[in-house]
Design a protein around this ligand. Structure first.
Ligand SMILES: [Zn+2]
Length: 294
């Protein structure tokens, strides 16, 4: 099966064929590369090494074991809770452009044989903004992971809360954070991978609540935009501010990993944190124990 067919086979049939499998032109160096070649190269420009933004299903194909992913809550769709002008049209455009029902894909899969709960945000859907459905889907995934004692791996990208849902979108920060905390209190592992861009309410909540926070090289990670901060503080910000490397240096990110090694790194971290199953005490062994301790 060709790579193109593999991608086609994992994409939902009911949606338009996203991602577009045409040649792409690099914004950094202007080189045009065939889609198949880019996919083989983890969506990295072969000329200059710039990272293309990844579609949620490209990421799933890149990181998870083939055929291991089962999507959860895929039918959940946003409504228009505060009757925001033109929001239904915006949603329809986003679905058309991304081939997704919402800005996050959630499910259970395996990375090098280790079962885990996975969520993948997609900036092609309204800049990966967090509305009620994004918050609800991620919360449900954490709750399932807690109940089934699974680690959570999340790929984050977002412009922040979704203004078309007003205060309801802001409340998702608290809701998801609560589910992350419960997962953690129950001994569950959470590995967020911050990709370009991870900003706004996501950074102010579940992007920064991981046990080990990973990031892709040069990813923009921050809360408010650089210009807003400069205008508010009246200060010039240092070079590279809000880039993954700057955040690593200042302790907000634990580790930066190149895309070709990311799957290997995640698999290692998952295996390292796997809890050995408590062996059940067998009958002959029980009989050796003193009576009062049985
Ligand atoms: Zn390039």
């Amino acid at each position: 099966m060709s790579l193109k067919d593999t991608i086609s086979s994992i994409l939902p049939h009911s949606t338009p064929a996203a991602p577009a499998q045409e040649p792409r032109t690099c914004k950094q160096c202007g080189t045009t590369t065939a889609y198949e070649e880019l996919r083989k190269n983890h969506m990295i420009c072969p000329s200059c090494g710039a990272y293309y933004r990844m579609h949620a299903w490209e990421r799933i194909a890149d990181i998870l074991d083939e055929g291991s992913f089962t999507e959860l809550d895929k039918a959940m769709q946003s409504s228009d809770p505060i009757s925001f002008p033109n929001y239904p049209q915006k949603l329809a455009q986003a679905k058309q452009a991304s081939g997704l029902q919402e800005a996050v894909v959630c499910g259970i899969g395996k990375i090098e044989g280790v079962r885990c709960a996975v969520f993948v945000m997609d900036s092609a859907f309204m800049m990966g903004s967090m509305g009620t459905i994004v918050g609800e889907k991620i919360t449900r995934l954490f709750e399932k992971a807690t109940a089934q004692k699974l680690p959570v791996v999340g790929f984050l990208t977002s412009g922040g809360a979704r203004m078309q849902e007003g205060i309801l979108s802001l409340m998702q920060m608290a809701k998801v954070s609560g589910a992350v905390r419960k997962h953690s209190d129950n001994g569950g592992l959470y590995l967020p991978v911050l990709t370009d861009p991870t900003t706004g309410g996501i950074t102010a909540s579940f992007a920064m609540q991981g046990d080990i926070i990973l990031a892709e090289p040069h990813a923009l990670i921050g809360f408010a935009g650089q210009r807003v901060i400069e205008q508010t503080t009246g200060e010039k910000l240092p070079q590279g501010f809000q880039r993954a490397e700057f955040l690593l240096e200042h302790g907000f990110v634990d580790l930066i990993e190149e895309r070709p090694r990311l799957r290997f790194m995640l698999a290692n971290l998952l295996k390292l944190h796997q809890k050995p199953e408590t062996p059940k005490m067998t009958k002959p062994f029980r009989s050796l124990m003193p009576e009062r301790r049985r």
